[in-house]
Design a protein around this ligand. Structure first.
Ligand code: NAD
Ligand code: WQD
Length: 356
């Protein structure tokens, strides 16, 4: 019998899509999430899509005892660790909450893993660890070797966790730690049942645009058009969330192929390698919904950088993973999710809870 993969933050945006991919690839999954930024409905919908029950624990990763109990109950072989607070702006206002939740939470998790002799972890890192890579020559698109330099507390939590995992692996070489640095996730599950559902006013471009499209926001504020790009707006590497989810399967497969007793600590960029500006994405989204959306160019947003595009050659060659889905496809899937769920998971009880 193969062991379970514990997915922390599995009710969240990227976690829920990854659980679907895990189940589709024959993995057994147990989810831990305290639902601080997600809804149990996501779990019910995963079960509906995959037509199977998925064990779920409403547990905070800060809670050592509750987490240990999950490890006692399930034979866990590895962990995919999504659980974190992730809003850049918020992290500058409540840094201690970010350091505590993300870093102390991870230390707690790793301690529990150690206690139960589980030494395989795939960690959700972020391109934000690079900060502004344009400060170096020849670092756009960004390779993993690019020096790091996050510019906000959230980004620093990601980099510190990377360093902690690196040190844990150095101290005990049998640990297997895959660091996945995501670029800009977008899109939704093609079923329209799973997608991004931010609380309050969205910080990120795509959820904001989607809310403009359904009339929840008046217009998109474009944060600056005086950057050095073809239309003056910043460049990002937008990667479909389903492609991203598949990257985790590739990372697990890679780790499982290491010879018995051999450990590893390694970072991989998960991006498409192609950059799109804010207006490129705006135009693609408007095309997919069949109408223009109101926007206004306002001043630059603090902390934004010109270009965050991945050089994903390491993931392409080592993980044999590459992004397949286009920005256009992601826009279509986002629109499908948005029209089916204009208020995200907030309107409860659609009847997905078919596995009681
Ligand atoms: P999300 O907020 O949708 O998912 C995170 C999940 O973790 C949520 O369901 C939340 O309830 C849960 N969680 C948070 N703190 C917890 C705790 N202490 N105990 C248990 N559960 C907890 O975010 P997402 O977009 O799916 O991001 C997943 C991961 O990927 C995060 O680590 C994030 O930092 C990272 N990441 C996200 C992006 C992005 O743009 N979405 C980019 C790069 C990296
Ligand atoms: C994209 C572009 C904005 C909103 C963030 C985090 C990063 C990672 C991914 C977690 C930028 C512009 C946005 C709006 C706009 N997350 N924009 N109007 O900032 O590239 O990355 O999410 O790890 O850490 O920083 O993503 O979607 O916020 O912005 O003009 O209302 O859209 O200026 O150029 P970002 P984003």
């Amino acid at each position: 019998m193969n062991k379970y993969i514990l997915v922390t933050g599995g009710a969240g945006y990227i976690g829920s899509h990854t659980v679907v991919e895990l189940l589709a690839n024959g993995y057994k999954v147990v989810i831990v999430d305290n639902l601080v930024n997600s809804s149990y409905d996501a779990v019910a919908r995963i079960e509906y899509i995959c037509q199977q029950k998925v064990p779920f624990f409403n547990v905070d990763i800060m809670d050592y005892e509750a987490l240990s109990q999950v490890f006692r109950e399930y034979d866990i072989g590895g962990v995919i660790h999504f659980a974190a607070l992730k809003a850049v702006g918020e992290s500058t206002k409540i840094p201690l909450e970010y350091y505590t939740n993300n870093i102390t939470g991870t230390i707690n998790l790793v301690r529990v893993m150690k206690e139960h002799d589980v030494k395989t972890i795939v960690f959700s890192s972020s391109a934000t660890v690079y900060g502004d890579a344009t400060r170096f020559e020849n670092m756009i698109p960004i390779p993993e070797e690019c020096p790091t330099g996050p510019t906000n507390p959230y980004g620093r939590t990601k980099l510190m966790i990377e360093q902690i995992l690196c040190d844990v692996q150095k101290a005990d070489r049998s640990w297997r730690a895959a660091i996945l640095r995501y670029f800009n996730p977008m899109g939704a599950h093609p079923s329209g049942l799973l997608g991004e559902d931010p609380l309050g006013i969205p910080n990120n471009l795509l959820p904001y645009l989607a809310q403009v499209a359904v009339g929840r926001r008046e217009k998109l504020n474009v944060f600056g058009n005086d950057y050095d790009s073809h239309d003056g707006t910043p460049i990002r590497d937008y990667v479909h969330v389903v492609d991203l989810a598949k990257g985790h399967i590739a990372a697990l497969a890679y780790l499982s192929k290491l010879e018995s007793g051999n450990g590893l600590y390694r970072e991989w960029n998960l991006g498409t390698g192609m950059g799109s500006t804010v207006f490129d994405v705006y135009n693609a989204f408007c095309k997919s919904i069949g109408r223009e959306l109101p926007f206004e160019v306002v001043g630059r947003r603090d902390g934004d950088v010109l270009n965050l595009t991945a050089r994903p050659t390491r993931a392409n060659s080592e993980l044999e993973w590459s992004a397949k889905l286009s920005v256009e496809q992601a826009c279509t899937d986002l629109w499908n999710w948005t029209t089916l769920n204009p208020f995200g998971f907030q309107l409860k009880n659609y009847g997905w809870k078919i596995f009681e």
